[in-house]
Design a protein around this ligand. Structure first.
Ligand code: AMP
Length: 146
């Protein structure tokens, strides 16, 4: 069985290149669609939810910066169409699952650091996305910097 629509979750760091490249290689033989998704997480969430200041301006800057980085990815990977890319606001697992359902994706591709020790206890986005995913999930192993 070949995949028809791959959804690649990108964190917009240089580490997303191997993840995108792996997805494109997989999609090549059947000319499957490759879509990108990046989730901008609410800043208040990072601070534990209750922040006694207005973060809206900072949040907008974060969103604009993510948009710029997404634009750089379109330029770098011209076979990925702008219409196939998504910039969302929210919690990565929830938004990625919802988008995969909406877009009828049959494979979600994420990067995985193969964490161990304490970092493993803290969990990872790849692990989070795997649980309850509406389709198959491919975790592309990323090199961990020592
Ligand atoms: P992490 O567990 O945060 O180191 O991220 C591992 C992988 O999860 C990344 O390579 C991406 O595939 C995905 N990921 C992490 N953060 C995001 C995000 N904000 N939006 C979309 N995908 C993400």
């Amino acid at each position: 069985m070949s995949y028809q629509h791959l959804l690649v979750a990108v964190d917009l760091t240089e580490e997303c290149d191997p993840v995108i490249k792996r997805a494109m290689k997989l999609a090549e033989p059947t000319q499957a669609t490759v879509s990108l998704v990046h989730i901008v997480e609410p800043m208040a969430m990072a601070f534990g939810g209750d922040v006694p200041m207005d973060l809206s301006q900072l949040q907008q800057q974060q969103f604009d910066q993510a948009k710029e980085r997404m634009d750089r990815l379109y330029a770098k990977y011209p076979s990925i169409k702008r219409g196939d890319s998504h910039l969302k606001y929210g919690q990565p697992r929830q938004e990625i699952h919802q988008l995969a359902k909406e877009q009828a994706c049959d494979l979600i591709v994420v990067g995985s650091h193969g964490r161990h020790g304490l970092a493993l206890l803290l969990g990872s986005t790849a692990n989070d996305v795997l649980h309850g995913a509406p389709c198959d999930v491919l975790a592309v192993r990323l090199q961990t910097k020592e």
